[in-house]
Design a protein around this ligand. Structure first.
Ligand SMILES: Cc1cc2nc3c(=O)[nH]c(=O)nc-3n(C[C@H](O)[C@H](O)[C@H](O)COP(=O)(O)OP(=O)(O)OC[C@H]3O[C@@H](n4cnc5c(N)ncnc54)[C@H](O)[C@@H]3O)c2cc1C
Length: 240
């Protein structure tokens, strides 16, 4: 098993402090494809060992250049790895990253891309999205992300997606909130499923879809997309 030590260098938070874009600087770089996950292992103050998978939210190009690698982590309880990464682990402390694997990757052969996520399912889609923005090898991208509340949105990511979509008409960004009472003007109400017709109207038939997040959302969106015009083999999905 191949691994490297890495130092926590930055956290960018949602207003609620429950979700963070966590960035590490690694001692050694390793090969990966955007969308894959790595295992992160660490130890609590009391010596308890923690180890969990996290999808990589940055690109391999950035890793090679800066040795920096990140993921979007949602704290789902106390005493577990998500609390450790989002709230406890001090900056400059070290964790171990274990080489990534998995199938949530693309051949980059499609003209258009549909990214759909809820909660921390955003993580792998950020890396894939950023790689496309870098290569510019696309005709259309629609990025849909759902949270319960606006306060769960990592603001730095939200601002970046907004800026890119405003400056490039080929990119649409659709933030959706299922429980937000004070819905911002640019936000949509309800679930990501409610935005599919609008998204598909903008996409080519030859489209690659990446779908990640809650199992019920993933199952429902897969069914809806297949009932419309999308082939099952063009839908890559991950449930967590
Ligand atoms: C391939 C893969 C990639 C993943 N990538 C990411 C990622 O990029 N970002 C990320 O935040 N997580 C990701 N996860 C989930 C992550 O590995 C952990 O399971 C999660 O952070 C919870 O770990 P924990 O130790 O804090 O909680 P645990 O101690 O495992 O669980 C604490 C409590 O929270 C509940 N719980 C566990 N997971 C969730 C959840 N997702 N939503 C709601 N409740 C939950 C449990 O049922 C339990 O009651 C990924 C999982 C897989 C399989």
């Amino acid at each position: 098993m191949q691994k490297t030590q890495a130092t926590l260098i930055k956290r960018e938070y949602s207003p609620s402090w429950e979700v963070a874009f966590v960035t590490f600087q690694a001692e050694h770089i390793f090969p990966f494809s955007e969308g894959q996950f790595m295992m992160i292992s660490s130890e609590t103050e009391s010596g308890k060992k923690l180890k969990k998978p996290y999808s990589i939210a940055t690109t391999s190009r950035y890793f090679e250049q800066e040795k920096e690698i990140g993921c979007v982590v949602k704290q789902v309880g106390v005493w577990g790895m998500s609390e450790h990464l989002v709230s406890w682990l001090p900056i400059w402390w070290t964790v171990t990253l274990v080489w990534p694997v998995w199938h949530y990757v693309d051949s980059w052969e499609h003209p258009s891309y549909l990214f759909i996520s809820v909660w921390s399912g955003l993580s792998p889609n950020v890396g894939l999205f950023d790689q496309l923005i870098h290569t510019q090898a696309f005709s259309k991208i629609v990025l849909i992300h759902g949270e319960r509340f606006f306060s769960h949105h990592v603001l730095s990511l939200h601002e970046r997606f907004t800026e890119i979509s405003l400056s490039d008409e080929r990119v649409s960004y659709i933030p959706v909130f299922s429980k937000e009472k004070n819905l911002p003007k640019w936000g949509r109400e309800w679930y990501v499923q409610s935005t599919l017709d609008e998204a598909l109207a903008d996409l080519w038939n030859d489209c690659s879809c990446f779908l990640c997040g809650k199992p019920e959302m993933v199952d429902d969106v897969r069914r809806l997309l297949s009932e419309k015009w999308m082939d099952k083999e063009d839908i890559t999905f991950e449930k967590y």
